[in-house]
Design a protein around this ligand. Sequence first.
Ligand SMILES: NC(=O)c1ccc[n+]([C@@H]2O[C@H](COP(=O)([O-])OP(=O)(O)OC[C@H]3O[C@@H](n4cnc5c(N)ncnc54)[C@H](OP(=O)(O)O)[C@@H]3O)[C@@H](O)[C@H]2O)c1
Length: 235
Amino acid sequence: MVTALGYGTTGLSLGQRVVGLTDWYRDGTLAEYVAVEARNLAPLPDGLDFTEGASLPISGLTAWQGLFLHGRLQAGESVLVHGAAGAVGSMATQLARETGAHVVGTGRAADRAAALEFGAQKFVDLANDTLEDVGEVDLVFDVIGGDIGKRSARLIRSGGRLVSVVGPAEVWPDGGVAIDFVVESDSARLWELARRVRDGRLRTNIGTVAPLEDAVAALNPPVRRTGKTIIRVRP
Ligand SMILES: NC(=O)c1ccc[n+]([C@@H]2O[C@H](COP(=O)([O-])OP(=O)(O)OC[C@H]3O[C@@H](n4cnc5c(N)ncnc54)[C@H](OP(=O)(O)O)[C@@H]3O)[C@@H](O)[C@H]2O)c1
């Protein structure tokens, strides 16, 4: 997260607060100063702080691209969102509900209340409930993979979609498609997501907030943590 210094023709103004996702072909952003192409930046709306802004690019864009760009989710369809209380899953759950889809969320037993609060209409505790009891769905949004991914593929009705952010599907849905993807920068969409947060239509899912000097420990926690880990570069 930086203050814009150069902005070309993007509509950003000098000194504006911005939020963005750097592309994957450069080093990361755990530094006091980073160069980011202006096309990868969106304004951070008034009313949002940098911590809220930092929670959005990867989780929000991954959820949006998985559901709508790759998953082609439509109102009235059903979607199984794995890890529905996690950083990506909580965004996917909210955005899917906003579009009028029926959402079944999954996760650990301890995630049930959070997943339902994010908008899941039903919750499957993957350790104690039977995933197959969900029945047929139009779309699976997979953030877990492995055996859960394989079993989920079998729940997809003909013509349905399996979208994974954790690698290629090992089982394809019968008569459907399986897509795995890596999130891409999209400043216009990021601006829309940020405005949703500002307007109270989308809740961020912020977990640990740690200073830059504690970044390595914060990103490798010894115990389970929930929500998006945010690294604050400046106090
Ligand atoms: N391809 C892409 O562009 C892209 C973009 C963003 C994220 N990702 C990947 O997507 C995955 C999720 O990211 P995230 O930021 O949403 O992580 P996260 O915040 O940890 O959310 C994942 C959620 O799924 C739960 N979960 C994982 N395995 C489970 C299992 N076997 N049974 C029940 N619950 C399980 C986690 O619980 P626990 O914490 O207890 O495990 C957590 O609540 C990561 O592997 C990440 O690298 C990919």
